[in-house]
Design a protein around this ligand. Sequence first.
Ligand SMILES: Cc1cc2nc3c(=O)[nH]c(=O)nc-3n(C[C@H](O)[C@H](O)[C@H](O)COP(=O)(O)OP(=O)(O)OC[C@H]3O[C@@H](n4cnc5c(N)ncnc54)[C@H](O)[C@@H]3O)c2cc1C
Length: 373
Amino acid sequence: MPGRPSPVGEVAVVGAGVTGLFVAHELSRLGVDAVTVYERTGIAAGASGVQPGGIRQQWGTAVNCLLARESLATYRDAQARLEMRVDPGFRACGYLFLAHSGETRARLAANIALQNELGIASRIVEPDEAARLVPGLDPSSLAGAAWCAEDGYLDRPQAVLEALGERASVVRAGVVGLREEGAGWELAFADGTSTTAAKVVVAAGWESRALLPELPIEREARYLFLSEPIRERLLEPLVISPERHFAAKQLADGRVLASDLTAAGDPGLERDGWRRHVRECVETLLPTLEFVALPLLVEGFYDVTPDHQAILGEVRPGLWVAAGFSGHGFMLAPAVGRIIAEAIALGREDEALRVLDARRFAEARLLPEPQVV
Ligand SMILES: Cc1cc2nc3c(=O)[nH]c(=O)nc-3n(C[C@H](O)[C@H](O)[C@H](O)COP(=O)(O)OP(=O)(O)OC[C@H]3O[C@@H](n4cnc5c(N)ncnc54)[C@H](O)[C@@H]3O)c2cc1C
């Protein structure tokens, strides 16, 4: 309802990553027209600008399955739903989780049972079928694999950020403090100025903790090796070996992405070791990538919580949080944006707000997500 004062009042969103921008987008869809996004550095300056656009429904908790399923529907049809000039190009290339032991196969099968109950078309595949789904995969070490053909990647994930950022009212300002002020909140900025808002949504990734110190969010570095763009298509699905801490995929621009999922430490000192680990995994699992050089190393930061689940909801009257996505915030953002916006504008409490609230840490209601990468 443009032009009409919103009964919600001014809403300030802190952080112009994918989460903050989807919250702003959904609020404006609900007719809340006084929404300002405060961003210290630039649109997608955090993890949102690094992630390569992977979207999967294969999770081990119902809340993530449902958030991902809803978000996938938005991304699949993003150009129409988000009224984008550029099609970000969702491709259902599939995600294949490898099991090298009976134990991992059983764990993946338990998650698949949950996914199937929730309408997600994932299934266990035998090693020979895994090799047919991923030409070039050596199945000799496999005890099976988990496959969902609907999971996939966006060709141009940054186009989503650009489209939402263009439409939102984004102000370049770093928020350094939040203080209760009457019925609302005062936001103090790095340059000494301040403003007030009736509601605030903190969506500042790992830096959310600087504004809400009570939140158990830790910064964790993650690294992706990338090749130069290759014209030949070598690997369509994302292949993940949780036991060998390895993942690989060829992106739409032709670059092969490969990751040592345990990489930690100083990249200057450790990168050769990480690259060696990736090479060993390539040789034994995906020999088709044997001659692909991986000269580029990209660093980004996860915002990790003790149960590897997001923290969503109102932490004090009028003060909301959507952070702690632990490495899967892009694929959940459309649903998270809707849920936070509906709670603020309509007072609607989604089940996700009940189970992913900030109080769960003090009340020992952790909900560990077993299928993290
Ligand atoms: C290497 C890597 C690969 C990944 N791959 C995937 C994937 O395939 N699929 C997936 O779903 N997820 C993936 N992720 C995770 C995903 O990128 C994040 O979960 C998601 O982008 C989080 O978005 P966000 O908006 O919550 O936070 P961010 O993108 O971190 O945005 C936070 C923003 O807040 C701003 N900010 C911080 N503090 C302040 C302040 N005080 N004042 C004003 N502004 C502030 C920052 O500048 C930043 O722009 C990956 C992450 C990494 C690092």
